[in-house]
Design a protein around this ligand. Structure first.
Ligand SMILES: [Zn+2]
Ligand SMILES: [Zn+2]
Length: 334
């Protein structure tokens, strides 16, 4: 069993754990027919009413076989001399996005992507019923450098602390709100729609843009135009359809116009508001925080200098290239 340890000089948490066992390789454990190779399923969408842990599913959720965080652990916070440690109680789940082994988010139907988004919502809602879970990250990698292609899946990581990046983003959003009495992200949406130069696509419910201070050349954010701090509360059938169409368009554009690069998607939603310890700190979170999606292109090695990202392509230029490729791709599809 691992430990979450806090680095007191930086205030950041590190998960210290034994090395993973070697992957068995061979047969894909996430393909239909191989359900016996994974631990019992947590949830699944089955249009044909088929039984759990067999084929017939559209989207399926299973625990990770070698999880970073486990629900069975007791939550223990300890001081070890001057240091702080917490047991890694939480959940590590895999959302299998499609029964088709070779599917990617660029080849899946919009309906299929919509079902995956709905499963994100279901898992966030379910896991947040556990009062010992404080924060949940839904993430998704495409073509991780050095790792062979595999069955398409997203990862859900639920943990007993707030992720360092989330904590920092929550603090910045709260400071902005305290000063201006407006949501930072709502202001950003307004600003970017007016400026236009970093906008890639605007739909009835979302904007897709290249952020002002992109860390890498291919970075895109999707912001809902309607203010809400929780993805899982805000998602409706109609917004899921709109978001699925936007994601499908973006990933197809990356394939047709940008040589199918590696990327990582992260869903940013407010932490578990039911958790008591920090409730005073989160008093304005419903007004000051705004859920969104960040999709960051993964280069072989991030270009950083003493922690400062060095991005050699201006975001405005990338946005123009994306707009052009998007229109070309749509022309092809029509
Ligand atoms: Zn497979
Ligand atoms: Zn907002």
């Amino acid at each position: 069993m691992g430990q979450l340890r806090k680095d007191p000089t930086r205030g950041r948490w590190v998960l210290v754990r034994p090395k993973r066992g070697a992957d068995m390789g061979g047969e894909c454990a996430l393909c239909p027919g191989a359900e016996g190779l994974t631990p019992p399923e947590i949830a699944a969408y089955r249009k044909d009413g088929s039984a759990p842990n067999g084929p017939g599913w559209q989207v399926r959720v299973v625990p990770e076989t070698d999880p970073y965080f486990r629900i069975e652990h007791d939550l223990v916070r300890e001081g070890v001399g001057m240091y702080d440690t917490i047991t890694p109680r939480g959940a590590s789940e895999i959302i299998v996005e499609s029964p088709r082994h070779d599917d990617t988010l660029a080849t899946m139907s919009e309906e299929q992507i919509g079902s995956v988004l709905w499963m994100y919502r279901d898992r966030l809602t379910d896991l947040k019923r556990d009062p010992q879970i404080r924060d949940i990250l839904v993430s998704r990698r495409h073509k991780r450098p050095g790792v062979p292609a595999h069955h398409p899946y997203s990862r859900v990581t639920a943990i007993p602390i707030v992720f360092d990046d989330t904590r920092q983003a929550l603090r910045k959003a709260r400071e902005y709100f305290q000063y201006k009495r407006r949501c930072l992200y709502c202001d950003m949406v307004r600003e970017e729609i007016t400026a236009e130069e970093r906008l890639v696509e605007v739909t009835p419910h979302f904007v897709l843009l290249v952020p002002y201070a992109s860390r890498v050349p291919l970075e895109a954010w999707i912001l809902p135009r309607q203010h809400a701090c929780l993805f899982e509360e805000a998602l409706r059938r109609e917004t899921a359809v709109d978001l699925a169409r936007l994601l499908s368009g973006y990933f197809r554009t990356l394939v047709t116009g940008f040589g199918d690069p590696a990327w990582e998607l992260m869903l940013h939603t407010a932490p578990n508001l039911g958790m008591k310890i920090l409730q005073s700190e989160w008093a304005t979170v419903r007004d000051d925080y705004h859920w969104h999606v960040e999709i960051v292109g993964q280069t072989e090695r991030a270009n950083r200098l003493g922690g400062i990202y060095v991005n050699d392509v201006p975001p405005e230029e990338v946005a123009a290239q994306l707009r052009e490729a998007w229109v070309r791709d749509r022309g092809r599809g029509a």
